[in-house]
Design a protein around this ligand. Structure first.
Ligand code: ATP
Ligand code: MG
Length: 110
């Protein structure tokens, strides 16, 4: 995998079909450090499915998702009620925690 400077994640010609239905086709994106991105679209347009592809939860797509080596991804699932008891800050930290544990193990800190 080639290191891409100044980007965290990129996609190359990501395409997903459910049978005859094309949900999206040839999506080419770059997510750069220091930016905050939002994904908007009508209900059922494929936002959650695209995020599942980015986070490797599903892999039945064509094309590539490239995570720059050395970068870590943290994911919180779309669940309107699961985090009601927690502050936003605590919720974000919970998303980071699992990838942080993997990183600490990889670096042999734990
Ligand atoms: N495994 C699957 N097989 C067939 N169709 C699917 C599958 N998974 C998702 N879909 C369809 O793909 C479309 C996109 O769903 P998705 O949940 O990604 O939309 P969304 O933009 O996140 O919607 P919402 O705004 O309601 O959260 C929907 O029509 C859904 O029914
Ligand atoms: Mg959704």
């Amino acid at each position: 995998m080639q290191r891409q400077e100044n980007q965290l994640i990129s996609t190359s010609n990501v395409t997903l079909k459910f049978g005859e239905r094309i949900l999206f086709k040839d999506v080419n994106l770059k997510f750069s450090p220091g930016n905050c991105y939002g994904l908007i679209g009508a209900n059922g347009s494929g936002k959650s499915t695209f995020l599942k592809i980015l986070s490797n939860e599903i892999d039945n797509h064509e094309g590539d998702v490239i995570i720059t080596p050395g970068e870590r991804m943290a994911v919180l699932k779309q669940d309107h009620f699961e985090f009601d008891e927690h502050t936003v800050m605590h919720t974000v930290i919970m998303g980071i925690r699992s990838s942080m544990i993997s990183w600490l193990k990889k670096m042999q800190f734990i």
